[in-house]
Design a protein around this ligand. Structure first.
Ligand SMILES: Nc1ncnc2c1ncn2[C@@H]1O[C@H](COP(=O)(O)OP(=O)(O)OP(=O)(O)O)[C@@H](O)[C@H]1O
Ligand SMILES: CC(=O)N[C@H]1[C@@H]2OC[C@@H](O2)[C@@H](O)[C@@H]1O[C@H](C)C(=O)O
Length: 370
């Protein structure tokens, strides 16, 4: 990311609350040429009650539609608080911001049925902030026959391509996804499978902690080869791209269906960490052959046990985080949603048909003017 410049600012806010349900990543970015500048960042954690309420929306429940809309309103209020905190932190006013790109909270992702659902009441967010909001970025791509995900590879392509160097960018959030930036070849990308979400859920169940800091607990267990093979047999892993996934497939029911009940919890955690690493490494080896450098982002990049294991599995590549490229690995997705908002307002398409499988490129997102 660039240093501050003198041309007319083009300020956008990006809001990402992802599948991990840890909270809201908020960024303020100036897209004035020559390069995007990160002016401020802010993380707003979700409390446990909200996390549980969103998780419950993943299951059929009584009065589900009413609950969904109430939580969408609650999310809009929290998004607005994150925006206000970011504006205060960076000394900006709403009038200076061209738009907020708000991902929303995914509660269903079913491209096979022609829909995906990210909630967050963008109309209310526009009302509360007096800033134009762009949201619902995935639906148009699905309407055009695509997966609606992953969308960030298009931004990786703009920001992180380097002439003559074969880079792969790997986001390890709740779900993991990669972008293949091979010289002279069209950018590709896809979801690899579970990133942290199964490890988080298992850790919550056994240690009452929302995640396994640095993979320290996983490091005390041993990988269970039979369980690992059972999990790797999931057909999603062998599917060719384009492909995307979410909690709809990878959830506690999925994990429970693979367990005998005799496993020790730390061994399961070690096996889940190995599953994340193996599926990422195999995705790189099969789809990104010859990669010279792999750059990690997302919360999983903080997990030292995971980082070391990936580096071992990918010993022919350099394995680092995107911080080494000057892009904050914790806020890359939020920055991408600020960029997606800019693309929309400028009337530019933002999906990569090779990545999502859409029949054509499209302008992504719905606009709620200030
Ligand atoms: N120090 C750490 N050690 C281990 N894991 C960590 C650490 N810090 C963060 N994480 C993991 O990162 C997760 C959050 O990652 P991130 O914010 O990238 O996810 P997300 O954006 O919600 O997901 P997605 O990209 O799938 O939408 C946490 O839930 C946790 O599992
Ligand atoms: C449906 C949905 O929310 N998908 C997310 C999720 O989190 C990671 C992975 O699965 C990716 O496909 C996507 O998010 C990022 C921001 C993307 O679209 O690139």
């Amino acid at each position: 990311m660039g240093t501050q410049h003198l041309s007319q600012p083009e300020l956008y806010i990006g809001l990402m609350s992802g599948t991990s349900l840890d909270g809201i990543d908020a960024v303020l970015v100036d897209f004035a040429p020559p390069a995007p500048t990160l002016l401020g960042k802010f993380f707003f954690p979700f409390d446990d009650a909200l996390r549980q309420a969103v998780l419950a929306l993943h299951l059929p429940a009584q009065n589900e539609l009413h609950q969904t809309q109430l939580i969408a309103n609650q999310l809009a209020t929290l998004y607005a608080q994150a925006v206000n905190a970011l504006l205060a932190l960076t000394c900006h006013t709403p009038q200076q911001i061209l738009a907020i790109g708000c991902h929303g909270q995914t509660i269903r992702h079913c491209p096979e049925h022609g829909y995906t659902l990210q909630i967050g009441n963008a109309a209310l967010l526009a009302e509360l902030t007096s800033i134009t909001v762009v949201s619902d970025f995935r639906s148009r791509d699905i309407a055009a026959g695509g997966q609606g995900a992953p969308l960030v590879p298009a931004f990786h392509d703009k920001l992180l391509r380097a002439p003559g160097v074969h880079r792969v960018i790997v986001n390890i959030g709740g779900i993991s996804n990669l972008t293949n930036l091979a010289p002279g070849v069209t950018t590709s990308g896809f979801d690899c499978g579970p990133g942290n979400l199964l490890m988080d859920a298992w850790c919550m169940q056994h240690l009452k902690r929302s995640y396994d800091a640095n993979g320290a607990w996983a490091a005390t267990g041993r990988v269970l080869p039979e369980l690992l093979q059972l999990m790797l047999a999931e057909p999603f892993f062998a599917l060719p791209p384009p492909k995307s996934s979410g909690r709809d497939l990878f959830n506690m029911q999925w994990l429970q269906s693979k367990l005998t009940g005799d496993e020790s919890p730390e061994d399961v955690q070690a096996t889940l960490l190995e599953l994340t690493c193996r599926t990422i490494a195999e995705a790189i080896q099969t789809q990104c052959a010859g990669a010279q450098a792999v750059y990690l982002c997302g919360g999983g990049a903080h997990n030292l046990t995971l980082l070391n294991r990936l580096a071992t599995l990918l010993s022919s590549s350099i394995v680092q985080t995107t911080n080494e490229l000057g892009v904050d690995s914790d806020f890359l997705e939020a920055i991408a949603f600020a960029w997606l908002a800019q693309q929309n307002l400028q009337g530019l398409p933002a999906n990569l048909p090779l990545v999502t499988g859409a029949r054509h490129s499209c302008i992504l997102g719905a606009v709620y003017p200030a």
